[in-house]
Ligand binder design. Structure first.
Ligand code: IMP
Ligand code: MG
Length: 174
C-alpha cells in the first residue's frame, strides 16, 4: 500500500499564520513572560517557529503524552510518557500542540496542568478538527480549522514519518 501526500496548507500559509499568532500572543502577554509547554513530538516544530516570533520574554519546557498508537484512530488512552522539568506555579503557561482532534489528550492534560497552580493557562494549537470533537476543550489560539482528514507535516506524523514536511498535507492511501 503506497501513500501520497496532497498539500493542504502550504509552507507560506503556515508561516504567515504562525507569525500572526506570535504577534497576537506578544500583544496579549505584554509586560509578562510566557512559559511555552510543548507537547512532544508533534508540537515541537510549531513551538520553535512560534517562539521565534514572540517578542515578550519566553521560557520553554516539554512533555510527552500518548493517545495514539501507530494507527490513525484514537485509542482513547492518555498517558504521560515524559513530564515537565520545571514547576508551573505562578507562570503564564501556554500549551502548544500540533492538533486538537477528539480533545481527549488536551482535556486530560489541561486539567492536570491546572492542578500545578499556573497564574494562567492557555492552549495554542496549529490545527483544529472541530468535527471530530468528543470532549469540549477551550482553545485560545488556533492556526487553522481543518476538515476531518488525516494530516501530516509540521510535526504531525503517519507511523512516525513526515513530521519534517514544511507544509501540512493530507495522507491519501492508494
Ligand atoms: P486527540 O486526543 O484525539 O485530540 O488527539 C490529539 C493527538 O492525536 C494529536 O496531538 C496528534 O498527535 C494525534 N492526531 C490527531 N489527528 C491527527 C492527524 O490528522 N494527523 C496526525 N496526528 C493526529
Ligand atoms: Mg500531539
Amino acid at each position: 500500500m503506497a501513500e501520497k501526500i496532497r498539500v493542504l496548507l502550504s509552507e507560506k500559509e503556515v508561516d504567515a499564520r504562525i507569525s500572526a499568532i506570535g504577534e497576537q500572543i506578544s500583544r496579549d502577554y505584554a509586560g509578562r513572560q510566557v512559559h511555552l509547554v510543548c507537547v512532544l513530538k508533534g508540537g515541537s516544530f510549531f513551538m520553535c517557529e512560534l517562539a521565534k516570533r514572540i517578542t515578550v520574554p519566553v521560557s520553554i519546557d516539554f512533555m510527552s503524552v500518548s493517545s495514539y498508537g501507530g494507527a490513525t484512530k484514537s485509542s482513547g488512552v492518555v498517558k504521560i510518557v515524559k513530564d515537565l522539568d520545571e514547576p508551573l506555579k505562578d507562570k503564564d503557561v501556554i500549551v502548544v500542540e500540533d492538533i486538537v482532534d477528539s480533545g481527549r489528550t488536551l482535556s486530560y492534560l489541561l486539567e492536570l496542568l491546572q492542578q500545578r497552580g499556573p497564574r494562567s493557562l492557555a492552549l495554542c494549537t496549529l490545527l483544529d478538527k472541530p468535527d471530530r470533537r468528543v470532549i469540549d476543550v477551550n482553545v485560545d489560539y488556533t492556526g487553522f480549522e481543518i476538515p476531518d482528514k488525516f494530516v501530516v507535516g509540521y510535526g504531525l506524523d503517519y507511523n512516525q514519518r513526515y513530521r519534517n514536511l514544511p507544509y501540512i498535507g493530507v495522507v491519501e492511501i492508494d
